[in-house]
Design a protein around this ligand. Structure first.
Ligand code: SAM
Length: 345
């Protein structure tokens, strides 16, 4: 139950979960630790490199994440930009691994990365306490992959990283593939075979209007239904039961039980009703939805000397106002104030 705090705003009694006004429990925090990226994927960036927003110090991310964890967060995913570019990322993971959830357990700690720097970091990250890694990979054909990332040699580097992550025990290694019609939709069947051969979970993601440029249209989105049909023609799929209601991916295995495919369909089958996520940008703003039009300056309050209790109250109030759902594809849809690379995917 909400209790009055000294600042006059409601705060949570200990062991109460962070919830929004739609009754959703928020337990999943995504933190961007830099908006710099060493890839310039054609569907994400315009070609500009470098940061657009300032970054916090590692100890500042740690303090803010610690407050979220005190409010019931159980999963933390570090992302970016490219999170492995952030100096001190291994130390951050090590410190996060020491935090405990409200029920006294270790956090579920994951990183989403393009994999370019992962080969040598897989073992140190695993030793620091990272549980899992998701590597973004939008083609299984080297030439297509490098046309997308605009970095020569990137395919071999990322493949070596995926194998290193598996070898380091960061399993199951998940591969995120954003599909765009006419760009890389010819890779679908190849990815199904890749999942089985490399023993990774491949997750196709429907393209959302979150790019820096203007590429998105309903026609460019390759939908869940189309992906399932196309894979099913070469390797019949069997749908797997969901493990939790807030799971974003619909999961499938193959008839012989070897390999797993996931499909994340925010456009054709939105899952906002079960959303359990909140985001912190690299410059310390809370975003309650990928498509939020407003941000909430948590770091500004930290910098002006707010106590942990005051920051906690601010988070509670902000999360209460989380949007009911996104409006992709509806008349009057407005792109969010930041693109994916600057929000943290
Ligand atoms: N650099 C890291 C990486 O490549 O995974 C983390 C940041 S990246 C923005 C996170 C994920 O967002 C990637 O899997 C990327 O493909 C995905 N992404 C980028 N733009 C997207 C869009 N418009 N729609 C759907 N996913 C997108």
């Amino acid at each position: 139950m909400a209790t009055a705090s000294l600042s006059g705003f409601p705060s949570l009694a200990s062991h109460q979960r962070l919830t929004d006004s739609h009754g959703r429990v928020i337990h999943d925090l995504r933190v961007s630790i830099t908006d710099r990226c060493n890839y310039k994927c054609v569907y994400c960036r315009t070609g500009e490199a470098g940061a657009q927003y300032p970054e916090l110090r590692i100890d500042e991310y740690l303090r803010l994440i610690g407050i979220f964890v005190g409010l019931g967060i159980t999963k933390v995913r570090l992302t970016g930009g490219e999170p492995l570019l952030k100096r001190g990322v291994v130390e951050l993971v090590k410190e996060l691994a020491q935090l405990r959830t409200q029920s006294g357990e270790a956090l579920d700690l994951a990183i989403t990365t393009n994999g370019h720097l992962l080969e040598s970091l897989a073992v140190p990250l695993n030793r620091a306490g990272l549980n899992r890694v998701t590597v973004s990979m939008d083609a299984v054909d080297a030439a297509t992959f490098e046309r997308i990332t605009r970095v020569p040699g990137s395919f071999a580097t990322v493949l070596a990283s995926i194998r290193a992550a598996r070898g380091a025990g960061l399993t199951p290694v998940k591969i995120n593939c954003v599909l765009l019609r006419g760009f890389n939709d010819d890779q679908i069947e190849g990815f199904a075979r890749f999942a089985r051969e490399e023993d990774v979970v491949v997750r196709f993601i429907e393209f959302m209007p979150l790019e820096e440029g203007r590429l998105w249209s309903p026609e460019i989105v390759v939908t869940l239904r189309e992906i399932v049909e196309r894979i099913g023609r070469v390797l019949p799929l069997v749908e797997m039961p969901a493990r939790e209601v807030s799971e974003t991916a619909r999961r499938y295995t193959f008839e012989d039980g070897r390999g797993e495919i996931g499909i994340i369909a925010p456009v054709s089958q939105a899952f906002c009703g079960a959303c359990s996520r909140v985001r912190l940008t690299s410059d310390g703003k809370i975003r309650t939805c990928l498509f939020s039009q407003v941000e909430h300056d948590l770091y500004g309050r930290l910098r002006s000397g707010a106590s942990d209790g005051e920051l906690r109250d601010y988070i509670v109030r902000t999360v209460q106002g989380k949007e009911a759902r996104h409006h992709i594809g509806e008349p009057g849809f407005l792109k969010p104030s930041r693109s994916m690379v600057h929000i943290g995917g």
